[in-house]
Design a protein around this ligand. Structure first.
Ligand SMILES: Nc1ncnc2c1ncn2[C@@H]1O[C@H](COP(=O)(O)OP(=O)(O)OP(=O)(O)O)[C@@H](O)[C@H]1O
Ligand SMILES: O=C(O)C1=C[C@@H](O)[C@@H](O)[C@H](O)C1
Ligand SMILES: [Mg+2]
Length: 198
């Protein structure tokens, strides 16, 4: 799959990208537990730094200010040397600087889902996510996702489908993809997806 920074080129571990409610935070935690690696959620790191929820940043300072902070947080998180599992924000791929920073991760998993699935999950998880357009929920998801898909694809080492699968099944698939990528010779930091050192 095409990448801007070369497949498996980074040493920062695993990053999960994808639209809202594709399960980056939920699945990322499971994968980190399985690997025994630290887990970080870029959205939560950003909220800690800002001292307020993302919705308040959008409302008070606008989306651009949020994107600037998102870029700073990702740059910091990508700058360590030991492996971690990072759940990113859904719009992280919008900026070239962020796509470059994702190249510091050895494996970038794109969690994918159909717009209908995403809208259903968002309705069931009213987490105060700010609107991204003035359209209705399903129209917003479909149109924003369509615009972002080429960007997710550009940074992804693998696409992991999440429709009709539990977070545990998605995590298992991700770990299998990781194993396969390592066997395929991609450079990746130890240990492997079962916690073994190569
Ligand atoms: N595979 C799945 N099957 C069913 N529900 C799921 C699945 N993955 C995630 N969910 C549910 O969808 C909601 C959003 O999940 P989560 O917060 O992990 O997504 P996210 O990709 O991190 O979203 P965001 O970009 O908004 O942070 C939660 O209620 C979660 O339980
Ligand atoms: O898709 C998006 O643009 C966003 C997704 C969330 O993870 C947050 O990063 C924020 O709500 C913006
Ligand atoms: Mg999340």
């Amino acid at each position: 799959m095409a990448r801007e920074s070369g497949p498996g080129g980074g040493s920062r571990g695993i990053a999960l990208v994808g639209y809202r409610a594709t399960g980056k935070s939920t699945v990322g935690r499971i994968v980190a537990d399985r690997l025994g690696w630290p887990f970080e959620d870029a959205d939560r790191a950003l909220e800690r730094r800002a001292g307020k929820p993302i919705a308040a940043i959008f409302a008070e300072q606008g989306e651009n200010a949020f994107r600037d902070l998102e870029q700073r947080i990702l740059a910091e998180l990508a700058d360590g040397r030991s492996p971690m599992v990072l759940a990113t924000g859904g719009g992280v791929v919008l900026r070239q600087e962020n796509r470059d920073a994702l190249g510091r991760f050895g494996f970038v998993a794109w969690l994918a889902a159909r717009p209908e699935t995403i809208a259903d999950r968002l309705r069931a998880d009213p987490d105060g996510r700010p609107a991204l357009t003035s359209a209705g929920l399903l129209d917003e998801v479909a149109s924003v996702l369509e615009r972002r898909e080429p960007l997710y694809r550009r940074v992804a080492s693998a696409v992991v489908e999440t429709d009709g699968r539990s977070p545990e099944q998605v995590a298992e698939d991700l770990l299998d993809r990781l194993d396969r990528a390592m066997r395929g010779g991609d450079r990746f930091p130890a240990p492997d997806s079962r916690g073994r050192m190569p």
